[in-house]
Structures are given as structure tokens and as C-alpha cells.
Design a protein around this ligand. Structure first.
Ligand code: PLP
Length: 432
């Protein structure tokens, strides 16, 4: 059906195997044809990553420590819970390009966005606006609108939604920079997605951060789709703060605790207020139970509560994998896999109502290609891809299908299966 054949995909997999053996790949659904492929071709790792095999033992070890040690597990055992965060700090800092003390794993993403805005959204005088992208993930939109309301401001006036130019799919960096140049003195905070969840566009984080700072605003980033997907240098780029989840490219399991970055310059700034809780104290003074909070100069000061160890265990497994493989190697494989998927799609799209809406420049995207489907609904198509072909993609209303080939575990053969199935399911309508 497509020129580039299955044999080529198999050859590429043999030459460039990735780390699939570290992961559990779900079986293809019963009755999916062609039924000769026992595993799912999984393309939804940008929504929920697959489980590393090691995470099961990691969780069981903590359950056993609890049974064996009970409350003493905070202080003794192989990985005392009191200092569990410290085991995550190094690998997490390397993953996102942070200095020691600039990161912490806690809560969930939207919760963390709120906690960070408590500290870093400080509307004053004319400078009240929050800049987001119009196609921001809905939770981010709700978060900033409710923060505006919390400060007694009208969300419709306070939240600025930047749109691509008419007829274009992506927000241009120059247009974000241009807006900040013109209206920057009214902007308190720029809060964009590092990679847009819908189009897969990778924003120019350093350029937009610089433009925000030139305008006198702060720059926060939602890295839900960027963490574990593209190399990041948050400290070097001078990002003020960032938050991300651990269940997408980071593979730490459904609802896994998220990550937070706060730039060093804010860590010991007395002007930065935060909501306080006992776990934000330094481990050495936490149990002094003092009535007044004395925050350490560390992102861990943003913690409110003692962390869920059973949920952190898979985060630890995941960060170890990223630390040993390295983001540079993953990025290189991601570009090879995504480029291969793109080449196969380019063979079938000229005669079918399918358009790739993700940027074509590999430097401006991560491991995701979003397709606009011009016939039928994207939801029907993803259902048929799954049930009839064992290809698990996802859809976003009304007409977007997202395919995320994940460099840790996806294969060239998965990509071939996806495009082969798309070619069969979306009928040719002739050259476009
Ligand atoms: C996945 C995602 C979320 C999800 O938020 P949770 O609080 O983890 O449920 C939020 N924002 C963006 C941009 C996302 O991609």
C-alpha cells in the first residue's frame, strides 16, 4: 500500500533499536487485523507514557518497606522517605537543565501552576496581564483566569490569548515578541506551553523568555509536553519558573506527581511569597515544629505536604532511565523516528484529506505529529485505528489526530503500521 515497505521498517529497527525492552507494551486488542502483530503500536505516550518494567518492583519495594518498618521508614531502610526528594533532585535537574535546588517533584501540574502563580503572578498598577496561547490546554486557561479573578481582576481583560496569523497553524515567535514589545508594560506574566499539546509546536523558550524580561514581565512555562521530550536548559534560558507532569513523556504513571522549576534568583528573594506548609522546611529543621516557617533557598520550599512515596517510586525509576540514556541521545532518535513517520505520511497525504499541522522543521517540534483529518471525524478514525489495526493514537475535537512516536520505546515498525492503517482507513480522494 505504501512504497516504503515493512522490510525497511524492520531494518531500521534492527539498526536503531531504542530502549523498548525496558517497557511493558500493551497487547493489540483481540481481533485487530492484520493480527500478526501481538503488541499495540502505541502513539499516545504524549498523553500517558508506557510503564517501565522496573517501576513495578520499585513500588513493591516501598510497600514492603512500609510493612517492615512502618513509621521508621521515614528514617531507615534503603531509601528513607524523609529524604526521598533528594534522590530525585539530581536526575531531575539534569533532565531540565536546572541547578541543584531549583527543582522539586510535588502535586499535580495544575496545582503547581496555581502555587507558582501565587508566588510569581503579582499584578500591580497597569501591569496586570497574563499572556497565554489561544490554543492553551484548557486547564491552563482556567488556572490563569481564576488567578485573575482571585486578584479582583476581570479575566476577559486580564488574560491575553495570542493566536496564529489568519490561515496559519502556529504561533510565530516574532508575533509573541512583537506583542511584548508593544504592550509589554501591561504584562505581568507570560505563561505559555513549551510544546503546544495540540499542534506539537515547540516554542522558542529562550527568545520569548528574553522578550518577557525586556518588557519587565516574568516568564513561566508549562512543560507538560516538553519535559522528557526535548532538551531543556531552564537555568541557562533564565526561565523564572516552570511546571510539568510526569505521566506523559516521563512515563511515571497515571496522575504521577509533577515537577517544578524555580530559578535560583527567586529562591532566596524575600519579596517572593509562597503558600507555606511544614514539608517546605529543610529536612534538618522540619521536625523542630517551629510555629514560623523558615524556607530554605531551594525549590523544595514550595512543598506543602509530605510526599506520596508510592507515587514517587515510579518517578524515581523514570528519572533513572532518562539519566542513563540522556536527553541528547533521545532527541536524536526522536528526530529520526519522527522524520521517518513524516516521510511515510508524505507518501499518502497528497491523495487523501490528511494534513500534517505540526511544524515541518524538526527544530520546531518534539516527538509528535498532529494530523488534520478532512473527512469523517477524528474520533471515529482513532477508534478504528485502535480496534481494527491495533494502532493507538488519540484525537482532539473536532478534526485532529495526534501521533507521538516516543524515542524510548516506539519503533519504526510502529510508524509503518500507523501509516499503513491510515492509508487503508482514509480513502483516496485524488490529488489535492
Ligand atoms: C496534560 C496537561 C495538563 C494536565 O494537567 P494535570 O493538572 O496534570 O491534570 C495541563 N496542562 C497541559 C499543557 C497539559 O498538556
Amino acid at each position: 500500500m505504501i512504497t516504503a515497505g515493512e522490510d525497511e521498517a524492520r531494518r531500521l529497527d534492527a539498526a536503531d533499536p531504542g530502549h523498548r525492552h525496558l517497557f511493558q507494551v500493551p497487547p493489540a486488542p483481540e481481533g485487530a487485523h492484520p493480527g500478526s502483530y501481538p503488541e499495540l503500536a502505541y502513539f499516545a505516550g504524549n498523553s500517558l507514557g508506557l510503564p517501565p518494567r522496573a517501576s513495578r518492583d520499585e513500588v513493591l519495594a516501598e510497600l514492603d518497606a512500609w510493612a517492615r518498618l512502618a513509621v521508621e521508614g521515614h528514617f531507615t531502610g534503603e531509601r528513607p522517605w524523609l529524604s526521598y526528594q533528594e534522590r530525585l533532585a539530581g536526575p531531575l535537574a539534569r533532565l531540565v537543565g536546572a541547578r541543584p535546588g531549583e527543582t522539586v517533584v510535588m502535586n499535580a501540574l495544575t496545582v503547581n501552576l496555581h502555587l507558582l502563580m501565587v508566588s510569581f503572578y503579582r499584578p500591580a498598577g497597569r501591569r496586570t496581564r497574563i499572556v497565554i496561547e489561544d490554543s492553551a490546554f484548557p486547564s491552563d486557561s482556567y488556572a490563569v483566569r481564576s488567578q485573575a479573578r482571585h486578584h479582583g481582576l476581570d479575566p476577559d481583560e486580564t488574560v491575553v490569548r495570542l493566536r496564529p496569523r489568519p490561515g496559519e497553524e502556529h504561533l510565530r515567535t516574532e508575533d509573541v515578541v512583537g506583542y511584548l514589545g508593544e504592550a509589554g508594560d501591561s504584562v505581568a506574566l507570560v505563561l505559555l506551553g513549551g510544546i503546544n499539546y495540540l499542534t506539537g509546536e515547540l516554542m522558542d523558550i529562550p527568545a520569548i523568555t528574553r522578550a518577557a524580561h525586556r518588557a519587565g514581565a516574568l516568564a513561566g512555562w508549562d512543560l507538560a509536553h516538553a519535559a522528557g521530550n526535548v532538551p531543556l536548559d531552564l537555568h541557562g534560558w533564565d526561565v523564572d519558573f516552570a511546571a510539568w507532569c510526569s505521566y506523559k513523556y516521563l512515563n511515571a504513571g497515571p496522575g504521577a506527581p509533577g515537577g517544578v522549576f524555580v530559578h535560583q534568583r527567586h529562591l532566596d528573594d524575600p519579596a517572593v511569597n509562597r503558600f507555606e506548609g511544614w514539608w517546605g522546611n529543610a529536612p534538618a529543621t522540619r521536625f523542630e515544629m517551629a510555629p514560623v516557617f523558615r524556607p530554605p533557598a531551594d525549590a523544595q520550599a514550595w512543598q506543602l505536604s509530605n510526599p506520596p512515596i508510592l507515587a514517587l517510586a515510579p518517578v524515581r525509576t523514570s528519572l533513572e532511565i532518562f539519566d542513563s540514556v540522556g536527553m541528547a541521545a533521545l532527541r536524536a532518535r526522536a528526530q529520526r523516528l519522527t522524520g521517518y513517520l513524516e516521510r511515510l505520511l508524505d507518501e499518502i497525504t497528497p491523495t487523501r484529506p490528511i494534513t500534517v499541522v505540526t511544524p515541518r522543521d524538526p527544530a520546531r517540534r518534539g516527538s509528535q505529529l498532529s494530523l488534520r483529518i478532512g473527512l469523517g471525524t477524528a474520533a471515529d478514525l482513532t477508534k478504528r485505528l485502535h480496534h481494527e489495526y491495533g494502532v493507538l493514537a488519540d484525537d482532539r475535537q473536532p478534526d485532529i489526530v495526534r501521533l507521538a512516536p516516543v524515542p524510548l520505546y516506539s519503533t519504526y515498525h510502529d510508524c509503518w503500521r500507523a501509516v499503513e492503517a491510515l492509508a487503508r482507513l482514509v480513502e483516496e480522494t485524488g490529488p489535492r
